[in-house]
Design a protein around this ligand. Structure first.
Ligand code: ZN
Length: 286
């Protein structure tokens, strides 16, 4: 069932857990996420990157149809909307959250751009996620980690100026694969948490370590983004399928099934780490 992203985040904040936001790019990946949510009896946030789909508007509508078939809370969020056109397409496609990511701009400009979308989205019940600080890509982790960290002393001012509903923070995480062990700054997260009241978002969940994810969710991250680990694991299972090494051509359909089963298995691991299993408030109980 489709709900505003903020509704999921507010439940999570009250309950002291995180909700997984897996990255998707086709119907199979969306179905895998929804099956995960149903089996884990958990809310879920479907995250879509503009570059991962040819048509954000139609894809959003497809996800809505699929999500309305399950009785768990589902939000659809634009991941890293870095330009106005992408944000507008997501709004048009029925997304219930958009990330207006202007973290590459200076403090005031970033806040100003987010504010613009907040004013547009608030009457539509669409949640606006902002990013303050920047999240490094795995390959630049060593050179950029320090520089990108969120300044806890400016976080409250940013939230106030931008009006964002939730805030992605840079606390030592990275997108994709880390080139070295992840070094998560829990103390910084505690400080940001004390300074601001909006739910916080942890990007780059892949390979960040289940214990670290569990801890950031307990401290105050209500949304955990993850894509690469699940994609890689699905591909790994496909490449290791014994039928291939035996020279059998299993065909695209069955190959896809193997891959998306792996993707789903890994999303289940992350949902568990976030602590949202059994937190489906739409469950019918007698
Ligand atoms: Zn991200």
């Amino acid at each position: 069932m489709i709900v505003p992203m903020l509704e999921i985040l507010e439940h999570a904040k009250k309950g002291g857990y995180g909700v997984l936001a897996p990255n998707v790019f086709n119907e199979d990946s969306v179905r895998a996420c929804l099956e995960t949510a149903v089996e884990m009896d958990s809310p879920i946030i479907i995250d879509v990157l503009e570059s991962n789909t040819k048509d954000l508007v139609t894809f959003g509508k497809i996800i809505r149809i699929l999500a309305e078939e399950v009785r768990v809370p589902v939000a659809i969020n634009l991941d890293h909307g870095q330009n106005d056109a992408a944000c507008m397409k997501a709004i048009n496609g029925g997304f219930t959250g958009i990330m207006c990511d202007r973290s590459f701009l200076a403090f005031e400009e970033n806040a100003h751009e987010v504010r613009k979308f907040k004013e547009l989205c608030a009457p539509l019940g669409i949640t606006v996620e902002a990013e303050f600080g920047e999240i490094a890509e795995g390959e630049e982790y060593i050179t950029k980690r320090e520089e990108y960290l969120t300044d806890p002393d400016k976080a409250a001012e940013f939230v106030e100026l931008s009006g964002c509903d939730c805030l992605a923070v840079s606390i030592g995480e990275a997108h994709g694969e880390y080139v070295t062990e992840p070094d998560i700054d829990f103390e910084r997260l505690e400080k940001i948490k004390t300074a601001v009241d909006v739910p916080l978002v942890f990007h780059g969940g892949s390979f960040s370590g289940f214990d670290n994810i569990k801890r950031v969710c307990e401290i105050g991250c209500q949304k955990v983004n993850m894509g690469t680990d699940a994609y890689n694991y699905g591909l790994q299972l496909l490449m290791e399928d014994p039928r291939y090494s035996a020279g059998e051509n299993i065909g695209a359909r069955i190959g896809g099934d193997v891959m998306w089963a792996g993707y789903k298995e890994r999303t289940i691991d992350y949902v568990r780490a976030c602590g949202s299993a059994g937190k489906n408030w739409l469950k019918i109980v007698d």
